[in-house]
Design a protein around this ligand. Structure first.
Ligand code: CP
Length: 324
């Protein structure tokens, strides 16, 4: 450990979703990540995961999540392996479970997994002995994205409790939206969903949110505007009349943003489609947009997650002795 005080224990072996996490567990991750945001924490962090192996297993494309998990693992001194699914035996027909069992037999400590199917990461976690982090499964959850969003907000606004957060766009296909809804509700923020009816999930009534189909009404007086990408890869059939129409009614531009609070922050998990869900003038306005800060915070949050899950594993030296 790189700090004098012992870490509080994260009360789960895996991080599969935000649903089911207590506010205390969420704050434990955020506080630890906040520690890693400070530059002077870097030097002493190298030993935290020494002797540990982290494997990134991404069955879907990623820029931010995969790279930041790799950076996070390396900054903590772990051996990090990026498994390229395209050049793996998955391409010869090996199943998800057989791939996981193979990595398990190599005594990985933490598997970071992204998969196109909701529930796939949980299934995999049930088959392996190591800790598993969900790096995004279908339209289900993307817990580390919600945690980094929360820390980005907390660092700017001081607290999440009582804030009004408008999540706008393709909520139906968004794992980022689901994880954020669970987290924001758990910590006492108020969540509004702003979307056309075709882009809202069927379970909307159970999510504890307010729903708006008019962007100006949905953004009125809010503290945070969180934009989502149209997830065309998960849509079956056309759910919007045209991209032009969509931008006109649901794209964030300066005019629509003007009804939010004057100090409202603009967020986007990336990748962005400029001119579809967000105008460049807003995305690049550093007085309002925290999109780059979200990326920076992502590394610290992933360091915290890796550290907290590793702290629950048997000591690497004990493990090595028992394997001989
Ligand atoms: N936000 C996010 O998950 O981005 P990537 O798909 O690039 O990892």
């Amino acid at each position: 450990m790189n700090s004098a005080a012992p870490l509080d224990r994260f009360p789960h072996r895996d991080l599969l979703g935000i649903e089911g996490l207590s506010p205390a567990a969420i704050n434990l991750v955020l506080d630890r990540a906040d520690h890693y945001m400070s530059r002077d924490s870097g030097q002493s962090a190298k030993g935290v995961l020494r002797g540990r192996t982290v494997i990134n297993l991404f069955f879907e494309n990623s820029t931010r999540t995969r790279t930041s998990f790799e950076l996070a693992g390396k900054r903590l001194g772990a051996d990090v392996i990026n498994m390229s699914v395209d050049s793996s035996s998955v391409k010869k027909g090996e199943t998800l479970i057989d791939t996981a069992m193979t990595l398990n037999a190599m005594h990985a400590d933490i598997l970071v997994v992204r998969h196109a199917d909701s529930g796939a990461v949980q299934l995999l976690a049930e088959k392996v002995h190591c800790a598993v982090i969900n790096a995004g499964d279908g339209a289900h959850e993307h817990p580390t994205q919600a945690l980094l969003d929360a820390l980005t907000i907390r660092r700017r606004k001081g607290s999440l409790s009582g804030l009004v957060v408008a999540i706008c766009g393709d909520v139906a296909h968004s794992r980022v939206a689901r994880s954020n809804i669970h987290l924001l509700n758990a910590v006492g923020a108020r969540v509004r969903l702003v979307a056309p009816p075709t882009l809202l999930p069927a379970e909307i009534g159970r999510l504890g949110v307010e729903v708006f189909h008019d962007m100006r009404r949905g953004l009125e007086g809010c503290d945070i505007v969180m934009m989502l990408r149209l997830q065309n890869e998960r849509m079956s059939g056309a759910l919007i009349p045209s991209v032009r129409e969509y931008f006109r009614f649901f794209g964030l531009d300066r005019e629509k943003l003007a009804v939010a609070k004057p100090d409202a922050l603009v967020m986007h998990p990336g990748p962005m489609n400029r001119g579809v869900e967000i105008d460049s003038a807003v995305a690049d306005d550093l007085d309002r947009s925290v999109i780059q800060a979200q990326v920076e915070t992502g590394v610290a949050v992933r360091m915290a997650c890796l550290e907290l899950l590793a702290a629950n594993l048997p000591d690497p030296e004990t493990l090595q002795a028992s394997n001989h």
